[in-house]
Design a protein around this ligand. Structure first.
Ligand SMILES: [Zn+2]
Length: 276
């Protein structure tokens, strides 16, 4: 709009110029008019260009907003395991033996959560930003109720998982390794949505953790922060993994509530929400 005003001003001031033109030679006036003509064209075409750009910008940003997290969840789960279009950054991404994560994928917002770790030198302290924030809130609130949670292991790179797996195979054989260590590319830890959690009363990554007050507290409260026990007891045939009471997966509050309330797995949640 401002641009069109300036064009009108140009028209008015042309009279003044022709009055003053007496003092100049005819040639100079002609040259000035020519410059003004070019200037007018430039302004006009700039205005048109800006309008066109504005239209394309607003129409495309509208589409972006419609393609929010929820839509891409459905898209990725509909596309299934063999698709390369799966959005790894989606909080409901399904990673398991059948649904591998791209080996080059690294989350772009990894941070170290400000919580107590079981070991200061852990190489895997990072989580995605939102997950880290919710973990911090959960640890803080647990502490207020006398539960001292400890973080063990968060984001693991593909390479780290590969090393871990290869080591376990070497030590215990492939069968044992497949039971407890995710094959590289099938570990949720690569998503940055997972933290293994224990407590000051129990610091071993084994099933004994389920008898602790900390585990009790987690079962009653973790969904308020968007976390689930990703590999529950009795669901091994669905998840493909042995029960892991320490392995907490961030899925967001809404999904966590439904999964915990209905006592289902992430696999079942995704399937249920696809059906509707
Ligand atoms: Zn884990």
């Amino acid at each position: 709009m401002n641009d069109s005003l300036s064009i009108n001003n140009e028209g008015n001031s042309s009279n003044n110029i022709s009055n003053r033109g007496k003092r100049y030679s005819k040639r100079l006036v002609k040259k000035k008019r020519k410059v003004k003509k070019i200037f007018r064209y430039v302004v006009l075409s700039t205005v048109i260009l800006l309008i066109i750009q504005g239209i394309t910008f607003f129409s495309s940003s509208g589409k972006e907003n419609d393609d929010s997290e929820y839509n891409s969840v459905n898209a990725s789960s509909k596309l299934g395991e063999s698709s390369n279009l799966i959005d790894e950054s989606n909080i409901l991404i399904l990673v398991n033996r059948e649904n591998k994560i791209d080996e080059t994928y690294i989350p772009n917002d990894l941070v170290i959560p400000n919580v107590k770790f079981i070991s200061k030198n852990s190489p895997n302290k990072m989580l995605r930003k939102e997950t880290a924030l919710q973990l911090e809130n959960m640890f803080e609130d647990a502490k207020k109720e006398g539960i001292n949670l400890l973080a063990v292991s968060g984001y693991r790179s593909y390479e780290y998982q590969k090393e871990l797996y290869d080591k376990k195979v070497k030590r215990s054989g492939k069968e044992e390794a497949d039971k407890y260590v995710a094959v590289p590319g099938t570990s949720e830890h690569q998503t940055g949505f997972v933290m293994d959690v224990l407590s000051s009363e129990y610091n071993k990554l084994d099933e004994g953790f389920k008898y602790t007050d900390a585990y009790d507290w987690l079962c009653n409260n973790m969904d308020k922060y968007g976390f689930i026990i990703r590999y529950p007891e009795g669901k091994e045939d669905i998840t493909g993994y042995e029960y892991e009471p320490w392995h907490l997966r961030y899925v967001g509050k809404e999904a966590a509530k439904e999964i915990n309330d209905k006592d289902i797995t992430l696999e079942e949640y995704i399937e249920n929400n696809n059906v509707k």
